[in-house]
Design a protein around this ligand. Structure first.
Ligand code: KG4
Ligand code: ZN
Length: 356
């Protein structure tokens, strides 16, 4: 077979990380074979800590400042020049529109200047494929993939790398959003998810928070009721301002809430995943998205997979949250599936681009 190793530069700016990565992979081999030549992530956490969350215009401005040095470093680390690239992949949705525009327009400029074709790539597909960064040639299909990020909670059935179908979604808040909102209730710093996770380690008493939609006969999720249950529980302990005396939560009370909330989320996600695995006779569970960095969730799913004799795929911790390596990987698998590149003039940021 002719040597069809291709170099893909990927750029990611959908929220608050400016990232670039280079992947080299063989497109036409029967089995996927690729390696990452570089991966650079410039986090904006310190900037957004000051406001307790992401202010889109502030994020976009930081992307503008970072995108060129981050991309240059990704090329330098890969020991490649622009002319050595075969494709330029970019996250063009979903995400914050002003953030997406920075990466997308930058990639379009690079493509126009170099005549390198573009691969507009979906951010959720990036998370989806991120779970296959290592064992991709040994994966046993069908795969039940669970993606838990700041904006999405999804169950995806994968028959193979080319064919997937979203079988469950959140009807309101995503799991990551619930982590962030509960963290705010507990007055923890941004980003909330990892802070809840750290605090949960000191929890002693398991408060029986609700397991939303666990008994419903579908694969959808809802986390806004759980967040409200945490709010009511907290108000019951501390009192409400203007109605008698109000006090702050103790450190132990906060830790108990964090642990119990985390238990409830992990419980719902694990049990619904198992139900879908059984229905579709899956052989593998793949976990991805920012909340996949949560130790409790990883442990619960790993234990469930062990009990049920399933393969369990999860990215390393640093590849759960947003990065460009996962975008390069999604673009690579799309090329292998026969997806054609697009002319730069046809590419535009699409903040509402959902996979189905
Ligand atoms: O995938 P991601 O980086 O961005 C989106 O695509 O949304 O996910 C970010 C989300 C945030 O809600 C963050 O709080 C959550 O992932 N997160 C965690 C942990 N690390 C990040 N949630 C729970 N435990 C963690 N260790
Ligand atoms: Zn993400």
């Amino acid at each position: 077979m002719k040597n069809d190793l291709k170099n893909i530069l990927a750029i990611e700016t959908s929220c608050d990380e400016t990232a670039a990565s280079v992947l080299r992979g063989n497109i036409h081999n029967a089995k996927p074979s690729f390696k990452f030549l570089s991966s650079v992530v410039k986090s904006q956490i310190e900037i957004h800590k000051k406001t307790g969350g992401v202010v889109p215009e502030v994020a976009a401005r930081a992307h503008m400042q970072n995108i060129l040095p981050v991309t240059e470093k990704a090329l330098r680390d890969a020991k490649l020049k622009l002319k050595d690239l075969d494709y330029i992949a970019v996250t063009s949705g979903p995400g914050l529109v002003v953030s997406l525009i920075v990466g997308t327009e930058f990639a379009k400029g690079l493509s126009l200047a170099s005549s390198i074709p573009m691969l507009p790539t979906n951010h959720m597909e990036g998370h989806l494929y991120s779970a296959f960064g290592k064992l991709s040639d040994k994966v046993q299909f069908p795969v039940l993939s669970i993606i838990v990020s700041g904006g999405h909670t999804m169950l995806v059935l994968m028959r193979d790398y080319k064919n997937y179908k979203v079988i469950g979604n959140t009807v309101d808040d995503a799991a990551g959003e619930a982590f962030d909102k509960v963290a705010r209730l507990l007055k923890l710093p941004y980003p909330g998810g990892p802070e809840i996770s750290k605090l949960a380690l000191y929890g002693k008493t398991d408060i029986n928070f609700p397991r939303p939609m666990l008994s419903e006969n579908n694969f959808n999720f809802s986390f806004s009721g759980l967040k409200t249950a945490v709010l009511y529980y907290k108000d019951k302990i501390t009192g409400v301002a203007g109605k008698g005396t109000k006090r702050n939560l103790t450190k132990q009370e906060k830790a108990d809430i964090a642990m119990s909330f985390e238990n409830a989320v992990a419980d719902v996600l694990t049990k619904k995943t198992l139900r879908a695995v059984n229905k579709y006779k899956c052989k593998t569970v793949a976990l991805s998205g920012g909340v996949a960095a949560n130790r409790k969730l990883r442990a619960e799913l790993a234990a469930m997979c062990k009990t049920n004799n399933l393969q369990f795929n999860v990215p390393d911790f640093e590849l759960c949250t947003d990065n460009a390596q996962m975008i390069a990987l999604a673009a690579y698998f799309n090329l292998r599936s026969g997806k054609k590149p697009k002319a730069a003039s046809k590419v535009k940021a699409d903040p509402a681009w959902e996979i189905s």
